[in-house]
Design a protein around this ligand. Sequence first.
Ligand SMILES: [Zn+2]
Length: 300
Amino acid sequence: MIFFRNHNRVIPILFFTLFFLTACSSGKSPAGPKEMPTPDANVTPMPTTGPTVTVEPAIVKSTEYNISDADSSTIEDADDLIVTEPVPDLPAAKVVVLDPGHGGKFTGAIYFGRQEKDMTLQVANYIRDYLTANYEDIEVYLTRETDIALDPDIKIELEQRAVIAKEHNADFFISLHFNASEDHALHGATVYASFRDNVGEASQGIAASILKELVALGLKDNNVKTRMSKDYFAEDGSRLDYYAVIRHAALRDIPGVIVEHCFMDNETDKGFIETSEKLQALAEADAEGIAKYLELKAKE
Ligand SMILES: [Zn+2]
């Protein structure tokens, strides 16, 4: 900072008084720094009667940074300025809705004192924590946060899970489950995806990415599978997906998958679910599969 000690002080005082009176008469108080405003390199001073700022139309999601709101106070204070710099496109956060399978009276499979509904909720929470802690531009929601059925009627219950995904504007719907087989002999990981044209590519893509991470943990690879319904048809007569949550998600243009992590009733797979740490490892595999498919940027 430089001080000019020997100059005549009358001119600056007159200038300041004039500025103060002008500010008062226009009904605004001189807010902020006492210095005269210095034109910024990014703005061109010019008189205008039109709108003061042009913002490119952008898709605004609830947590997105809204430029027009954030800048409104600045623009109001500088009503003789036009912002001429283009507004950069901000990356849109991806929205993933995790669906902890079953809940409440719908327990899912029960083996060795473990209930599927509890394990799926635990895994969902681990996935959410892991993704939001480690990656940028990701929003994660759960279809249920507690041990509840979303509806007493199972048909409505399953559709409700896709309804919730749609309410969150989900980019992906991931339903979490554990398997079992009649003779308890089957083992390994399977991820079911949609075959429908509107979501099939994304659904099968993220399914393969998740399955790859689960297989890397040592689980048998039972493949990505699609399954057609014999009972449900679209308006054009074409077949819909067999599994309700995938079908209802696809009907709402959301790529959905069902992750059957492993078989709860099988001796070989038991070792993958016997502790919370093991469930966390499964969840991290799911999360890494999701992050890689979405090409999420790791946090610094
Ligand atoms: Zn299940």
